[in-house]
Ligand binder design. Structure first.
Ligand code: IPM
Ligand code: MG
Length: 370
């Protein structure tokens, strides 16, 4: 019997409410005879700014580094719109990604059969959709330097962000794309702008070399990132794994997520390299949706993406794919019963709030693990 140490970082806005439902699921799992969970919680984002004056403390970073997995809610909100740039809520999340070297962000976009009509695309376009966006998470435009705002002599402001990649950074994410595709539909699309950006040329060339060395049995296609955005709307099922840089991945993953009915459905995993001795990866799991200040605190948020993030943790960090499948099945069964939060509401379905949705998933999971 394994004991898993999880750090819960609910953060701000609906992160707090959706994490409460994850805790409900963990409490259920702790009652069963199988894996046990020990959880610690800490503040991040705006909540950490309010309490400590920084978006994440060194102590919380140390806990994150030592945990078997971090489950993260969401950060940000209008309350912190005017805090200095360097300590804005999002900086807490970016520090976790960068300092833990979580370079690989897996964002699956799966269309649950029960939700095919909730998508803004036609049912036949999205039904059965199962794609994986693999986003590079610690390089590119998010972290390149210089990143600055300077005042020119004539009083204008000049702002600079820099997109930087090295061979090593592209190679390790490309290899991961081939490994992931090998156990899926064996197809990788590499999305970049090699027609405009030097980093795009590097992505194309390094991915091709990684494919030669490491991509046996997997098809590689290069696709311009703008065309990829268009093709995702036109015919998303042509894709299996899409590997791309940090900024394009941010955008394409929101697009892919919405096809499944709602941003409120999609979990993600951010993984580091396996430790040389133990083979364990540092990891953080988070819903793709943000803190949704407009509905925060009202009990309306969809907890599915955060609960599914716990499922992804079971699969990628806790060595328990069976539990991951059970959590996914409990979510699917709850949706099949017609329960819907507002974001995925459809005619003739039963509208529920955050807690009711969490309790319903708990009840389905209880049957599955019994
Ligand atoms: C995401 C979010 C973050 C990002 C924000 C909150 C910094 O949009 O995880 O996709 O831009 O990476
Ligand atoms: Mg985003």
């Amino acid at each position: 019997m394994a004991t898993h140490h999880l750090l819960l970082l609910p953060g701000d806005g609906i992160g707090v409410e959706t994490m409460a439902e994850v805790e409900r699921i963990i409490a259920l799992l702790n009652k069963s005879a199988k894996d046990k969970f020990e959880t610690t919680s800490d503040v991040v984002g705006g909540a950490a700014i309010d309490k400590h004056g920084v978006p994440i403390t060194d102590a919380a970073m140390a806990k994150a580094s030592n945990a078997d997995a971090v489950i993260f809610g969401a950060v940000g909100g209008p309350k912190w719109d005017n805090v200095p740039y360097d300590i804005r809520p999002e900086a807490g999340l970016l520090r976790l990604r960068k300092d833990l070297d979580l370079f690989a962000n897996l964002r699956p976009a799966i269309c649950y059969p029960a939700l095919a009509d909730a998508s803004s695309l036609k049912r036949e376009i999205v039904e059965g959709l199962d794609i994986l966006i693999l986003r590079e998470l610690t390089g590119g435009t998010y972290f390149g330097s210089p990143k600055e705002m300077v005042t020119l002599e004539d009083g204008q402001q000049r702002a600079v962000d820099t997109t930087v990649y090295t061979t090593f950074e592209v190679d390790r994410i490309a290899r991961m794309a081939f490994d992931l595709a090998r156990v899926r539909s064996k197809k990788v699309h590499m999305a970049a702008k090699w027609n405009v950006m030097r980093t795009g040329v590097l992505w194309r060339d390094v991915t091709a070399a990684a494919h030669k060395a490491h991509g046996a049995g997997v098809e590689l296609h290069n696709i311009l990132a703008d065309n990829c955005a268009m093709q995702l709307i036109r015919n998303p099922k042509q894709f299996d794994v899409i590997v791309t840089d940090n900024l394009f991945g941010d955008i394409l993953s929101d697009e892919a997520a919405m096809m499944t009915g709602s941003l409120g459905m999609l979990p993600s995993a951010s993984l580091g390299a396996p430790d040389a001795k133990t083979g364990k990866r540092k990891s953080l799991y988070e819903p793709v949706h943000g803190s949704a200040p407009d509905i925060a605190g009202k009990g309306l948020a969809n907890p599915i993406a955060t609960i599914a993030s716990l499922g992804m943790a079971a699969r990628y960090s806790l060595n328990n794919p069976k539990l991951a499948d059970q959590i996914d099945a409990a979510i699917a069964a709850t949706l099949a019963k017609g329960l819907r939060t507002g974001d995925i509401m459809q005619p003739n379905m039963t509208k529920v709030g955050t807690t009711e949705m969490g309790k319903a998933i708990e009840a389905e999971l209880a049957k599955l693990i019994a």
